[in-house]
Design a protein around this ligand. Structure first.
Ligand code: ZN
Length: 131
């Protein structure tokens, strides 16, 4: 666990942005259509409330949008490299497919990155919560 304390650890592991121990999403199945978006209300380890204020996660949409643009550009470049002489609709279909398949990842990534903008790692958070 050498990366603990780094925001990337919280983002890629789906852990609480404050203690890096408690999980943020209830279910492990990232691609399950009705389970990927279910969040814990609070961190089970340090008690951090994930939705800091009402509507907090609206901002995560902007992060998810940025991820979507990055994925679209990457898909476009890959499509170009794989079949350089191809009609434009192949690009559109490829990008749409990739975005739909990766939607749960952009959703979770958007929320995790957004939470990490506003909360930072506190190594003593769990001790304080249990004290
Ligand atoms: Zn926590």
């Amino acid at each position: 666990m050498g990366l603990k304390g780094n925001k990337l650890y919280s983002i890629f592991k789906g852990k609480c942005p404050v203690c890096h121990e408690g999980k943020v999403f209830k279910h492990k199945q990232v691609f399950h259509p009705s389970k990927f978006d279910v969040m814990e209300e609070r961190c089970s380890e340090c008690g951090h409330k994930y939705e800091i204020e009402t509507g907090f996660f609206y901002g995560a949409m902007y992060v998810a949008y940025a991820l979507t643009v990055a994925i679209s550009v990457a898909t476009f470049i890959l499509t170009y490299l794989i079949y350089s002489e191809t009609p434009y609709w192949v690009y559109i279909i490829n990008i749409l497919l990739v975005l739909v398949v990766l939607a749960p990842i952009t959703f979770r990534g958007g929320r995790l990155i957004w939470m990490n903008f506003f909360s930072s790692y506190k190594p003593d958070a769990i001790e304080k919560y249990n004290a």
